[in-house]
Design a protein around this ligand. Structure first.
Ligand SMILES: [Cu+2]
Length: 145
C-alpha cells in the first residue's frame, strides 16, 4: 500500500514533536507484560519457578491466567512436567474458588488458566511439579489490599 510509508513517517514526526520530546530521557515504550517475579526455588531446590500474570498486575475478582516457567536445578527448562495447582487463604481456611487447569506451552513454560482471587488479603498459590522422578512444590504469595 503506497500510503503506508508516508503514514509511518507522519507518525514519527508527531511523536518527535509531542510533549514527551522535551523530556531528558523518554520513557520506555509500555510493555504488555510485567516482568516476571524472580525465580524461586521449590521447597527442596529441585526446580526454579517463576510466574507472570495476564493481565498484570494480578487482578482481583477476575478469572485470569498465569504463565509459569519451570527450570531444573541447573537452569534447564523442564518441558514435560505434570503440574497441580493448589492454594487459598491460609488465614481464612479456604482454598481457591476455582480449579485452575495447566497446559504446557513447551520450553518449560506452562499456562495456568482459571485462576481467581475473590477477596482481598493474603493468598498463597502453590504448584506441585512432577517431572519424571523429580517431584517438588513451590508456593507464591499474592497480596491484595
Ligand atoms: Cu478469604
Amino acid at each position: 500500500m503506497a500510503l503506508w510509508p508516508r503514514a509511518l513517517i507522519l507518525l514519527g514526526v508527531i511523536a518527535v514533536g509531542g510533549p514527551s520530546a522535551a523530556a531528558p530521557t523518554p520513557p520506555p515504550s509500555p510493555s504488555p507484560v510485567a516482568a516476571p517475579e524472580a525465580a524461586r526455588w521449590s521447597r527442596n531446590r529441585v526446580f526454579q519457578v517463576s510466574w507472570v500474570s495476564d493481565p498484570s498486575p494480578v487482578p482481583l475478582l477476575a478469572i485470569h491466567a498465569w504463565t509459569i516457567t519451570v527450570l531444573d536445578a541447573v537452569g534447564t527448562p523442564v518441558p514435560d512436567a505434570r503440574i497441580t495447582v493448589l492454594g487459598g487463604m491460609p488465614a481464612h481456611g479456604h482454598g481457591l474458588p476455582t480449579t485452575p487447569q495447566v497446559k504446557s506451552l513447551g520450553g518449560g513454560r506452562y499456562l495456568v488458566e482459571g485462576l481467581k482471587f475473590h477477596m482481598p488479603g493474603d493468598w498463597v498459590v502453590g504448584f506441585r511439579i512432577k517431572a519424571g522422578d523429580l517431584v517438588d512444590s513451590v508456593n507464591f504469595d499474592v497480596h491484595f489490599d
